[in-house]
Design a protein around this ligand. Sequence first.
Ligand code: GLA
Length: 728
Amino acid sequence: MKKTLFLALLMLSSQMAEAKQVTVQTKNMTMVLNVDEGKQPQYVYFGAKLSDYDLAHLQAPRGGRMDAYPAYGMDCPAEAALAMRHADGSLATELVATGVEQQDGVTRIHLKDTVYPVTVDLCYKGYQDVDMIETWTEIRNGEAKPVTLTQFASCCLPIRRGNVWISSFYGSWGNEGILCEEPLTPGEKIIKNKDGVRNAHTSRGEVMFSLDGKGQENSGDVIGAAICYSGNYLLKVETDDSDYHYFFAGINPDNSEYHLRKGETFVTPKIALSFSKAGLSGVSRNFHKWGREYMLAHGNKERKVLLNSWEGVYFDINQQGMDQMMGDIASMGGELFVMDDGWFGDKYPRKTDNSSLGDWVVDRNKLPEGIEGLLRDAKKHGIKFGIWIEPEMANTVSELYEAHPDWIIKAPKREPVQGRGGTQVVLDMSNPKVQDYVFSIVDNLMTKYPEIDYIKWDANMSVMNHGSQYLTMNDQSHLYIEYHRGFQKTCQRIRAKYPDLTIQACASGGGRANWGVLPYFDEFWVSDNTDALQRIYMQWGTSYFFPAIAMAAHISATPNHTVQRTTSIKYRIDVAMSGRLGMEIQPKNMTDVEKEICREAIKEYKEVRPIVQLGDIFRLVSPYDKKGIASLMYVNEEKTKSVFFWWKTESFQNEHLPRVKMAGLDAKKMYKVHELNRIDRFPMDIEGKVFSGEYLMNNGLEMPRSNNPKWASMRSDWSSRVLYLEAE
Ligand code: GLA
């Protein structure tokens, strides 16, 4: 799926025996390891690009353990990346280097145990153009019998102590991607996931380390790290009595010990590492570029503006209603309609959330003309059609469950724990038959209805009860790992057959925002909570690692269905427009003025879409800093066009709001300002005026405290502005 572009430079002499300094470099970044045969490889440097001279004159680090992949057993008090029980019962492992190799763009440092026939490859792949290094390990068992892996991190990275801050993300349903910034202190910082199915609802598998104190958006040295894995993970920062913090990242080994058979190789997930001297936003830009270029499905293709039916009609699907919604979104300039939950089930029609998952046949009572009728209507309105499925799941009230009770995850000898609607269960993706079945859900739909343009792939349940009816009793601890191997395999099959299909990863909202998922998906649903104010916070945190093109953001009804807040249509548009714009509303209930405003906004969004979806992000004022506003901007690569977003996050009389200095522009260029989504009676004083990039970045522009709309009904405490800047 990924375009292979390798550009890491390996500075090695051709003689393996002489190999000493291993360097993985990208445009602005250098990583150096010293590899001595018979010893554990040592990290020497990770940071800004080094000149040849500096590279040849590096000072060896001191005051810490620089082991590239510490194993448990010969220095027991130290935290380890790898721990295993050898076939004879020994818990001690000692890994030393045997050589270095470069193949297909991957630098491999070969390690082997000093006593047992176990080998480990440390792998590094640099992406020159986007400043990213992917690292992972491959653990191979050469012993006569299985060894048991009890810890199997993908990497360990020592980070010099000082005033290091960590930015991480936590959340819950309706409140995903919340930013947490704190200094690293002695002890352990653990970020983990144990959901089993989705891994981004609560904690997220990405962190940034700001090396110069509390992170700044547009200055300072920052390291970013993301685990590319769809399952349970563990990120750990250990700060002991040495001069270093030790960052470990990998699959969460909790209840997942792995029996590695003779001759089998265990490949850990990739950890993507980046470094920037341009602050947190600098690292974000690297992740966005790498993500769009090498990870995300169709990462460089602009996304359609869509209407999703969920908040508009929920389960109340019918032919006429869908036709009306399609007509409405088409008339507002939308390009795609997505029919959400509620369209399926024969013996058990899906009326609410307590039945039918698994029975992916049209409910003919709701849709007598079937999907054919819907595709016909979409065509009539000149838009594309998409559909919702939840393939990894079943309800115990379903024909699928009646036929295959052995396909679900449940604890041996126990009744299954049932989730959403009191009847939802998770299918056992470790079972190849289940993988075939899940593949067939997409395959059947696409074979019958090749015009389907978009699939929303949902996942609304965790692994609640541990147990696979497919795996042997001895290998029950493989469940989490095998589930995700099965999931990945199935996604790969789908992508091999349907490379052009747009697929959204939804998981009760933002439960699948992870770079391990996104190679198979075009985007993810940021959250079921579409309240514009709370979305500012969630989208802000999410933007640290994920580009706007992947962040589905929809204009919804007010009062908001989740938080009951009333905001203006402009505010809702202005927030949604900073991501992949869509709508999730019953257009029938909108006023003509609201529809007109949306029509205009969609038109304007289409014009700035390449800048928002493919441009560089510069976050300016964080909502988490509680300054009354939040602001960010996107700038195109040539720095000739930019979209500036400014949202109030609270409203008080005679408040003092900061003036926002812009970033990312060309100081020498002159930019003309035009307000988008204008609802004000009068244009702003800056409308049509030209300012130098230097002035905009050193000074910024004053925004009026509130909107002064043409329509009295549009007055609201939630003011916002979107400016389009174009170089003269
Ligand atoms: C989940 C999703 C929603 C919607 C519903 C349908 O909650 O996150 O967007 O699709 O399921 O049941």
